[in-house]
Design a protein around this ligand. Structure first.
Ligand SMILES: [Zn+2]
Length: 75
């Protein structure tokens, strides 16, 4: 079996788990805000080291990343 060379699977993988509408509006253009849940996984030589889910806010109108969006979602 001539298997393929093992890929150097080191680095960070990101998988989008889902997106939903977030309350509030974009501070730049007043458009709607979407909350995207992203699972980030750090992989070192095929061994998953660390997995973290984070929520990312983006504007649906101007597509800006709202990194300073206030954390008003606690539920
Ligand atoms: Zn916007």
């Amino acid at each position: 079996m001539a298997g393929p060379a093992a890929a150097a699977l080191c680095g960070k993988e990101e998988k989008v788990l889902g997106a939903q509408k977030a309350p509030g509006s974009c501070p730049y253009c007043g458009g709607g805000v979407a909350a995207t849940d992203v699972e980030a996984k750090w992989v070192l030589c095929c061994l998953p080291l660390c997995r973290r889910t984070k929520r990312r806010f983006t504007c649906t109108a101007c597509a800006r990343r709202l990194v300073t969006y206030p954390a008003i979602l606690h539920d």
